[in-house]
Design a protein. Sequence first.
Length: 324
Amino acid sequence: MPRVQRPEPTVASYPRLLSAVRVHDAAVGDAPPMHGAIQRTLGRLDGRTSLAELGRAEPALSSEEVEGLIQSLDQAGLVDDDAEVNYRTGYDVILELEEIVEEHCESTIYRNPFWQTCLAARQIGDLSEKLALGMIIENWHFLFRESYFDAPVLSYVPNTAVRLLLNQFFSEEYGHDEILLKALNFAGLSREDMRDAIPLPETMGLCNALAHWAHSDPLFFFATLGLLEGQGTEHDSFITACERSDLPLGLVGPLKAHANINLNAAHGNLTRAIFSEIPVLDVATVARLKRQLRLFVELYDDFYTGVWRYYTSAAPLLRRVSLL
Ligand SMILES: [Fe+2]
Ligand SMILES: [Fe+2]
């Protein structure tokens, strides 16, 4: 394994002294010129004077000595850096994140056998009723657990406008499992059946990952909502495939009702609305958000693959707790 080189310790480029300087006569004695230079340099640590200017102002001190002084103060927690933070607006960032998500989708979700089947469906039988029902079952499991991952951000303290958007979103989302339950009822699955059913590991994996991000990195969780809420067109592709395969209205109707709620409440734009309320994001935060996008898209891709794998197999429709 190649050795990782440690980065050189950085020196504050516009150091600002965090405490007042008090000079005791007793300390100034044996080397007055040096002490005078240090004392004057300490007086210049105002956050507006650059490291180079500090060096030029005191010829008695070498640039290494000035840097060494700043570093010692830094290690003691006595200076911070007043250099301008490199930042971007939230709206600018989300547009780039959306592009990255789209790129990742191109090589994953859009090539997924489930979506390929939906996109290729033209006539009766192209999308089997079992596969469509499986998608509704797993979607129900997901929506039934939506509070796992929405709840942690409802109390989002750093930004009031964002918190209000999330609370409004949750109030609109709450109970959407009940809409899909109507389709499941039509297919002969009762509420009790569904409570007895175990989600696929890929479905639960997605729920757990989102709950983890909502708890530990709310900003990243916000970035996932666009794709989850159908910022692309793939949700419609599923409904179109159901219709082209002539699946009964009892199944397709509730799906359409749910899709229309998303559309009318502009849930696909929620992520943009949230990031528009975030004035600035520093570059380190943006890098962190970008880093996790691939993993999220892969988990979502796995969800569809799981649906495809299980519901095209001969396995029973429900994995029942009562049969364990
Ligand atoms: Fe929903
Ligand atoms: Fe929604």
